[in-house]
Design a protein around this ligand. Structure first.
Ligand code: SF4
Length: 469
């Protein structure tokens, strides 16, 4: 039975985290096959809003062809005596959670990257119009954020209109992000935490500081502050920064305490400006992954929209699978694009001096934040498609990582003395503080594991597409 009598499907927290595979979907809205898609929240004057109004520009669900992807935009306009434009980002981020409360309706990512699917079963139950979804959003928003007094929702599926509004939305996101630049982590007493993604990654806690934007790229420090003040018991809350324990690595006593509490003891230490040791955890909706390339002793970066395989032969979705889940994985780090514009970006690992590869599209977006002398030294897919090509490029460009390269080591067999060989048999081939294995439908976590093997076979994984999700 539905939570709302006039809605044909159920609505509730239990549907968060529900995935809809391609074979089970009726239609897809936005997603990786379409360049232009967006979600946007705007604060308006009360007179400009008709409370409860739902508009649809373009074909409604019932007019869509089964199995197809459609351009998509969601515009949420809100008004309230205490609502200010600085809350727009917070309202907007709730679209993700509230859409996911609807049975058989999946929402992934944020802003210009949204990807929604409606499941066949829910369509067959009668969820055949955006009017139903608009009604649900209106009710959930007004009960979850009582500061909203009036709200109207517009769904846009007309390709031309999506395109126009997409360009406007990009400018609004940029203006919001720019506002948070300039403020330093050391200058504030409070950071903000967000646990909205714990439905997907139960041990994940985002720590949002002025100089470390949230992983999803949708919540700045200002947004966090606004959210925590209007809804202190909500998913975004205040973290008292506490003592700075390590300025370079970004360790703060208040962060350690709160993350330990919110991850139920699973994560006890977080270093905000590094991808090694105790990095910030990664949920699943990070905008990009920083991945260590051992052969170059540097980091590659890949964003969600990159369709090809990266320089190490792995796709975004394969790297994302290795990174996600609320874990701290050495050398695999979920980040937002905005964090790349921060002076604290991977500061403890060498910052931009350690970045060796990234898609051209990302490089263009953050170019003015890369130190001028490094811009041409960082490879893109146009300069290097393999690790060998990357090494050649970095050498030619005299990238700072090259200084750390050792002369090619002799083959291990030859280099080991008889005694060494004996010992080598007992060296672990893998060790990790937390090593998750997935087998037979169970997730097994080995703590402080050291794995010994007589023989190790390494095979390159076939590239997977983002469709796998
Ligand atoms: S990625 Fe982080 S900030 Fe963004 S919604 Fe998830 S938990 Fe919150």
């Amino acid at each position: 039975m539905s939570m709302f009598k006039d809605i044909p499907v159920d609505v509730g927290v239990i549907y968060e985290g529900e995935r809809i595979r391609r074979n089970d979907m009726h239609v897809e809205l936005g997603g990786p096959d379409l360049k232009e898609k967006f979600e946007l929240a705007l604060v308006k004057k009360p007179g400009e809003i008709e409370d409860g109004k739902v508009s649809i520009i373009g074909p409604d669900i019932k007019d869509m062809q089964e199995g197809k992807s459609y351009p998509f935009g969601i515009l949420i306009e809100v008004a309230g005596a205490k609502l200010e434009s600085e809350l727009e980002g917070v309202v907007e981020r709730r679209i993700h959670a509230y859409c996911n409360f609807i049975e058989g309706f999946m929402h992934l990512n944020q802003r210009y990257d949204i990807w929604l699917r409606l499941g066949k079963k829910s369509y067959q139950k009668g969820l055949n119009s955006f009017n139903y979804i608009g009604k649900v959003l209106h009710r959930l928003f007004k009960s979850g954020l009582p500061i909203i007094e009036k709200m109207q929702v517009t769904f846009i599926t007309d390709a031309e209109r999506v395109k126009e509004l997409y360009s406007e939305a990009l400018q609004i996101y940029e203006a919001r992000d720019a506002r948070a630049r300039g403020l330093k982590d050391e200058e504030v007493d409070n950071f903000y935490g967000c646990v909205l993604c714990q439905s997907f990654a139960p041990t994940h806690v985002c720590v949002i500081t002025p100089q470390r934007y949230s992983n999803c790229g949708a919540i700045s420090w200002f947004d966090g502050r606004a959210a925590a003040s209007v809804d202190p018991k909500g998913p975004v809350y205040t973290i008292e920064r506490g003592e700075q324990l390590d300025a370079l690595r970004g360790e703060y006593s208040g962060v350690n305490e709160t993350v330990k509490k919110k991850s139920l003891g699973e994560i006890t230490k977080v270093e905000l400006y590094t991808a090694f040791g105790h990095p910030h955890t990664s949920c699943g909706c990070f905008e990009a992954v920083a991945f260590y390339v051992p052969e170059a002793d540097g980091f590659g970066i890949v964003h969600r929209g990159f369709k090809d395989v990266t320089v190490n032969g792995l796709s975004f979705s394969t790297l994302a699978d290795s990174t996600a889940g609320g874990r701290q994985i050495d050398g695999f780090h979920g980040i937002s694009i905005e964090y790349m514009r921060s002076p604290k970006f991977l500061q403890a690992d060498g910052g931009w001096n350690r970045i060796v590869w990234m898609p051209k599209e990302v490089k263009e977006r953050v170019k003015s934040f890369i130190p001028a002398e490094l811009v041409n030294k960082i490879a893109t897919e146009e300069n290097a498609k393999t690790v060998d090509e990357l090494k050649t490029f970095l050498k030619e460009q005299n990238h700072p990582v090259v200084i750390n390269w050792k002369e090619e080591a002799p083959a291990v067999e030859e280099a080991l003395s008889a005694e060494g060989r004996e010992e080598a048999q007992y060296l672990p081939v893998a060790s990790a503080s937390t090593l998750p294995l997935i087998a037979g439908g169970f997730k097994i976590i080995l703590k402080d594991a050291k794995i010994y093997a007589k023989k190790v076979i390494i095979r390159q994984m076939k590239s997977e597409t983002t469709e796998k999700r």
